[in-house]
Design a protein around this ligand. Structure first.
Ligand SMILES: C[S@@+](CC[C@H](N)C(=O)[O-])C[C@H]1O[C@@H](n2cnc3c(N)ncnc32)[C@H](O)[C@@H]1O
Length: 354
């Protein structure tokens, strides 16, 4: 999508509830679109405090995603060299442009009209990034799952962010400081690129997290040992690992009654550790909601046949969980270092996630 200087656009009267000579920052003339996260900071003192905490330099180019009516944009422009603002609502884009029209800051503001997710930002150079409460278009098919998994996804994103960056809390902003007030209070956080990033592949770390955050309130033992697809994935990655190192593997079938017993114990324990809010039957990142390991039935009740490889992989997983003492841990309560420790232990057993 091309860049559009919104100064050329006509704000028009259509989207407004009533005509006004003043801007939307001081008068509630907009029909705010809550779906786009349009909650506008109405306290200039807080806007200034947020910008002050960013410790901007006069040489900084700031990329502001979703400037809204410009309540942060103006104080940012007072401290930085330039602001590039990406806004998907043309009314907002017009409004933020109007805030600086006829002022010297006008030349230092570039407004790009469009959805930041769909923009090609490769040529946009900036030093600091600012964003507040954005809307992302989730493809329809995965919307329901994504919403159900909102908590897991947020927790996973937060651990993933820590992989790349140091995140620190800057300021709490109560919901009453926004118009219209959102349902929750806000937190301003600083995200700085990490210089001492762990020497592991992000794909691998992300692969592990997708399993660890797959189902709400499940302990790791259950997530890694009781999901057929997860076990199959680890098995197939281990097969590849062995093939690359000429390690012979045994795909012969063996009776696996002990495994079956364990699955039953697992199932009972799932019930005991079921989410308190009882919505445990949500879809999983891996497809089927309750995808327990079934093995290959042999006709006898409680008796399953599995390849020796499958049994070996399961033993390795059990060993990793025991050695790291994370078997009974739940991902939402774990620290980034726990996941790094877990990944290192899996890798030491030849089990990979990408
Ligand atoms: C919380 S408001 C910003 C409020 C602003 N800081 C203020 O106080 O005036 C979020 C803004 O981001 C815009 N927005 C949401 N999703 C976006 C996206 N994907 N790309 C670009 N802009 C987006 C919304 O239209 C809205 O103006």
């Amino acid at each position: 999508m091309g860049k559009a200087k919104t100064s050329k656009r006509n704000a028009g009267s259509g989207p407004y509830e009533r005509p006004s000579k003043n801007n939307a920052a001081t008068n509630n003339v907009f029909k705010f679109t809550k779906d786009l996260g349009q909650h506008i900071l109405r306290n200039p003192g807080i806007a200034q405090a947020i910008v002050d905490k960013a410790y901007l330099k006069p040489t900084d180019v700031v990329l502001e995603i979703g400037p809204g009516t410009g309540n942060l944009t103006v104080p940012i422009l007072n401290q930085a060299k330039k602001v590039i603002a990406v806004e998907m609502d043309p009314r907002m884009a017009a409004e933020v442009t109007k805030r600086v029209q006829g002022k010297p800051e006008h030349k230092r503001l570039e407004v790009i009209l469009g959805d930041v997710i769909k923009q090609d930002m490769t040529d946009v150079n900036f030093d600091v990034w600012a964003a507040e409460d954005l809307h992302f278009d989730v493809p329809k098919g995965i919307r329901a799952a994504a919403e159900l998994h909102a908590l897991e996804i947020l927790s996973m994103l937060s651990v993933n962010t820590q992989f790349w960056a140091k995140v620190s809390h800057v300021l709490k902003v109560g919901r009453a400081n926004f118009r219209p007030p959102p349902k929750v209070d806000s937190d301003v956080v600083r995200i700085e690129p990490k210089v001492d990033r762990p020497n592991i592949s992000f794909e691998e770390f992300d692969g592990l997290l997708r399993i660890a955050f797959n189902r709400r309130n499940k302990v790791l033992r259950s997530l890694f040992l009781s999901n057929k697809e997860v076990l199959k994935l680890m098995e197939s990655n281990y097969r590849l690992y062995c093939a690359q190192r000429d390690i012979p593997i045994d795909e012969g079938l063996v009776e696996d009654a002990g495994e079956d017993e364990e699955m039953e114990i697992d199932d009972n324990e799932h019930d005991a550790s079921m989410d308190v809010d009882g919505d445990d039957d949500m879809p999983s990142f891996f497809g089927a909601a309750k995808n327990q390991d079934e093995g290959t039935p042999t006709g006898k009740k409680g008796s399953l046949k599995k390849t020796r490889l499958a049994v070996l992989v399961k033993e390795k997983v059990r060993k990793v969980l025991e050695e790291t003492e994370l078997a009974e841990s739940r991902s939402a309560k774990m620290h980034e270092n726990d996941f790094l420790r877990l990944l290192a232990a899996f890798n030491a057993e030849g089990i990979h996630f990408s």
